[in-house]
Ligand binder design. Structure first.
Ligand code: FAD
Length: 461
C-alpha cells in the first residue's frame, strides 16, 4: 500500500496555523477554493481593485490539484487546436491561445512584484510522436498558428521515418528533417518508435509552493482587505440580485460577488433566487478524472526538461491528443544539500464514477506504478538500471469541462457568480490567466468574448 505523497507538498515549509471560519462574516468578494486559481484570482483582485477578498478553502491551501500535479508549465490544450478553431473561429481560438501564453508573463510579474522564491525553470520542452496522425495534428496546428499570427512551433522528423513520404506536400516547409539520433536526444530516449518531435516553450514550478507564497504575500500586503479561512467547507451558495450568502457549517458569509475556483469538484449547492436553476446544470458540467504520478530521484542531475511521449497504437485515431500518453518532467531537487534531479512521470488516469467522492487519503494504485515503471524502462534513456524505487507516488483530481476548456468569467444566469475552474489536464497557465481576467471583469474593464466564457445554459435548452 503506497500512500498518496506528492513532492510539492513535501517541499512546503508551512508554519501558518489554519483559521477556520468561526463566525458569520462578510467580504466584497468570496473566492471558494484555495488552489493556484483561487490564490491568483485573489492576488489580482486585491492588486487591481479596492475590494476586500475572502478565500474559503475546504482543506488547506494548495492541497488540491495544485499540490498533486506534474508541475509542468505548458500552454497546449488537451484537444486539437483545429477543433477550437472550428468551434469558435480562428480569431477567438488564437486570442485564447495568446491569453494562456500571456500567463507566463503574469507568473513572472507575480514572482517579481511579490519577491517569491519558488524556482521557475524555463526551457524548450518536447513532445515525441510515433505515428503520422499525431504529427499531422501539430502540422495543422502550426498552419493555424501562422495564419493567426502566433509563433509556430519547431517540428522535426527523422530522415528514416517510414511515414515521412505520406506527409502532405502543403506542409513541406513546416518541419525540418534531422537524424534519428537527434530526435532521440531531444526525447532522452533510445526507443526507435519515436521519430518526430514538436519543440515548444515549457517550464516547471512547484505550484503548491508558489500558491503558499502568494497567500503569505497577500496576508502581509493587504492585512485589512484579505482573509483566508482554511478547513472551511462551503455547502451552499445562495445567489440574490446583487449579493450572495455562502453557507459553511453553521456560519454564513455575505458577499457582493462569489468566485468558484473549486477545480470542479464541489460538494455544494447553488440556489439562484432570481432566475433559472444553475445548480443542476453546473453540477453536471464538469466530470472528474483521477491522475496518477510517480517520481524518483536521479543522482546525476541532468538539465530540467519536460517531455510528452505519444505512444504507438494499433490504429490511427481521429484525435491523438485525446489518447493516453505519458509525460515526464525533470527538475533540480535538493536532498541533504546535494543537488540531484527529481524525475516525475504521469499519464495514466481513471474516470471518477458519477457521484463518487474522491478522497485524497486513498492509497496509490500499485498497478499504475508498475505501468509507469514499464514506460520508463522502455522509453527513458537515463533511467537507472539499479533503480531504487519511487520516492513519491501521488494522485490528484482533474475537472474536465464538456468542451475541454477552462471556464473563466461571469455566470450568465446571475452575474453575482463567477468561475475560474475546470483544469482539463493542463491548468496552471489557464488558471493564472483566469485570475487576471476575473480581476479585469471586477474592476469594470471591458473584456472581449472568449473561448473560456461560461456557457449560457438558457441557450442550451
Ligand atoms: C495528476 C495531475 C497532473 C497535472 N499536471 C499538470 C501539469 O503538468 N501542468 C498543468 O498545467 N496542470 C496540471 N494539472 C492541473 C493543475 O494542477 C490544475 O489545473 C491547477 O493546479 C489549478 O488548480 P485549481 O486551483 O483550479 O484547483 P485545485 O488546486 O484543485 O483547487 C481547488 C480547491 O477548491 C477546494 N474546494 C473544492 N470544493 C470546495 C468547497 N465546497 N468548499 C471549500 N473549498 C472547496 C479544494 O479543496 C481545492 O483546494 C494536473 C493535475 C493533476 C491532478
Amino acid at each position: 500500500m503506497t500512500p498518496n505523497r506528492s513532492p510539492w507538498l513535501a517541499e512546503l515549509n508551512r508554519i501558518r496555523e489554519t483559521s477556520p471560519l468561526a463566525q458569520s462574516e462578510s467580504a466584497d468578494v468570496v473566492i471558494v477554493g484555495g488552489g493556484i486559481a483561487g490564490a491568483v484570482t485573489a492576488y489580482f483582485i486585491l492588486k487591481d481593485t479596492e475590494h476586500s477578498v475572502m478565500i474559503l478553502e475546504a482543506d488547506k491551501v494548495a492541497h488540491g490539484a495544485t499540490g498533486h500535479n506534474a508541475g509542468q508549465i505548458t500552454s497546449y490544450f488537451e484537444r486539437p487546436f483545429e477543433s477550437i478553431v472550428q468551434e469558435f473561429g480562428l480569431d477567438m481560438a488564437v486570442a485564447g491561445q495568446r491569453d494562456v501564453e500571456l500567463a507566463w508573463d503574469l507568473i513572472q510579474d507575480i514572482q517579481t512584484s511579490a519577491k517569491l522564491e519558488t524556482p521557475l525553470h524555463r526551457f524548450t520542452g518536447f513532445a515525441g510522436c510515433t505515428m503520422l496522425d499525431q504529427f499531422l495534428v501539430y502540422l495543422q496546428e502550426n498552419t493555424r498558428r501562422i495564419e493567426g499570427g502566433l509563433q509556430p512551433e519547431a517540428l522535426y522528423i527523422a530522415d528514416d521515418t517510414p511515414w515521412k513520404k505520406d506527409i502532405p506536400e502543403k506542409y513541406s516547409t513546416m518541419y525540418a528533417v534531422v537524424t534519428k539520433e537527434e530526435i532521440q536526444a531531444m526525447l532522452d530516449t533510445r526507443n526507435d518508435d519515436y521519430c518526430a518531435v514538436v519543440a515548444s516553450p515549457k517550464g516547471c514550478m512547484n505550484s503548491a509552493r508558489f500558491t503558499e507564497e502568494v497567500i503569505g504575500y497577500l496576508h502581509a500586503t493587504y492585512p485589512k482587505r484579505f482573509v483566508l479561512h482554511e478547513e472551511t467547507v462551503v455547502e451552499e451558495v445562495t445567489l440574490y440580485e446583487d449579493s450572495a450568502h455562502i453557507q459553511a457549517g453553521t456560519h454564513v458569509v455575505q458577499a457582493k460577488r462569489v468566485v468558484l475556483a473549486t477545480n470542479g469538484f464541489e460538494q455544494f449547492h447553488i440556489t439562484n433566487t432570481v432566475g433559472v436553476d444553475i445548480d443542476s446544470t453546473f453540477h453536471h458540467l464538469v466530470t472528474g478524472r483521477i491522475g496518477y504520478m510517480a517520481a524518483y530521484i536521479e543522482d546525476t542531475p541532468e538539465p530540467p526538461t519536460a517531455i510528452s511521449y505519444l505512444p504507438k497504437r494499433d490504429t490511427p485515431s481521429g484525435d491523438p491528443t485525446g489518447e493516453a500518453y505519458f509525460y515526464l518532467t525533470r527538475r533540480p531537487h535538493q536532498t541533504h544539500a546535494t543537488e540531484k534531479a527529481l524525475v516525475c512521470v504521469g499519464g495514466p488516469d481513471q474516470p471518477l464514477p458519477n457521484l463518487a467522492i474522491y478522497s485524497r487519503a486513498d492509497t496509490c494504485r500499485d498497478d499504475i506504478k508498475d505501468d509507469i515503471d514499464e514506460f520508463l524502462k522502455e522509453t527513458y534513456a537515463p533511467y537507472p538500471t539499479d533503480h531504487k524505487g519511487y520516492e513519491f507516488c501521488w494522485h490528484g483530481l482533474m475537472g474536465y469541462t464538456p468542451g475541454g476548456l477552462r471556464r473563466i468569467g461571469v455566470e450568465p444566469c446571475n452575474t453575482v457568480l463567477l468561475y475560474n475552474l475546470g483544469c482539463n489536464g493542463v491548468g496552471i497557465l489557464p488558471s493564472v490567466y483566469g485570475g487576471k481576467r476575473i480581476a479585469d471583469i471586477l474592476s469594470g474593464k471591458e473584456v472581449s468574448p472568449s473561448i473560456f466564457d461560461p456557457l449560457d445554459q438558457r441557450k442550451r435548452t
